[in-house]
Design a protein around this ligand. Sequence first.
Ligand code: SF4
Length: 460
Amino acid sequence: MSVVSTDLLRRFDLNGPRYTSYPTADRFVEAFTAAEYIQSLEQRQTVAAAMALPLSLYVHIPFCESLCYYCACNKIVTKHHDKATAYLRYLSREVDLHMAHLGTGQTVSQLHLGGGTPTFLSDDELRGLMSMLRRSFNLVPGGEYAIEVDPRTVDAGRLALLAELGFNRLSFGVQDFDPAVQKAVHRVQPAEQVFALMETARQQGFESINVDLIYGLPLQTPESFDRTLAQVALLKPDRVALYAYAHLPERFKPQRRIVPAELPSGSAKIAMLSRSLAAFEAAGYVYVGMDHFALPSDALAIAKRQGRLHRNFQGYSTQPDCDLIALGVSAIGRVGATYSQNAKTIEEYYDHLDQGRLPVVRGLAVSRDDLVRRAVIMALMCQGVLQYESIELAFLIDFRSYFARELEDLQELVGQGLVVVNGQGIEVTAQGWFFVRAVAMVFDRYLQADRNRTRFSKII
Ligand code: SF4
């Protein structure tokens, strides 16, 4: 029995922003320049309260040895490992440029190495990267230090190295255990290998291990995915992220290698999602929100119970909002009231650094309205509760008149039992947590503007 009706899943399991930021990255503009980013870095140094908070770091390693056909990430597929040597040199330059504006030795309590495939780097390169970061930043004990791991690129020795370098969180890309599905998406990794790595990682004391799954891949059926879910229940990672595959071959070239006839139907996808929700509940997982599940003992589940969840570019987090310095090609950061993104191609990224410039090519200076809406969206997505008064006091607005239209739009979700709206605020119901993205979308001014434009163009 599913924990959510398939009718609701069909209606509200919408494609839409994941709200790892608000405004979302597709709203960034090229008018935002490196000069504005530098200004926000320097401003940070003048505000004692900002300086007292630790930083978060994201480092993007874009290389992958082989191409997964479902991939929608910014990556470079290559067998030439020497490319990483040059890349790390440029990363080091980017860090040096930051030091000039940020100061050396800033406290960091969160680090995420993502990609691409961070474990494309050799042991020596990983060592070099971490000591370069430690020379510039102060990575404090007890922080969250995470790395995305492609199980095909590590063994027990490499996991031991990651632990030695200070990583305490791992995220394994699994997607599906079915060999036929793995073959269809060109990512073959035997289940035994993942089980063995999981056991080793546990022995080595990693605090939290996440597994990524994808439903909607070619050759998947609800029955075949049930078998993967059963294996995941045996594997018992601390966290599971379950993503829907969106087939957009016009946008993501690798997806053109996927045979459309092999893709599951919409109703099969809904069945997989519905059965996944039931399977994770039966296996003892808590639904954290937005595709994330965690064991009750995991820090994320505890933070959810205690109303201490936060959200950043890596998804849900237990760490309070802090400035995020993003390093590497295409990386997205957040400092003060700005978002910034680095050049998306490696050539452009290198070119900026060759000229001694930070490689920021787009971003956004967040407006007051953006800040109000961000506070609303994050409260709903992280706590599931919003008190009008807290927003009114923080931003000196009258919530009900400022958001009159949104409160009207929420009525449909009220009717479906997904939220409760009363005189004091808005509360996401237990069912509503599964569709919290739809609740957040009501408060997204940019989406509303898009809808108005569509309506307007339809009228004329
Ligand atoms: S899915 Fe991950 S490992 Fe596969 S090609 Fe994309 S970035 Fe590389």
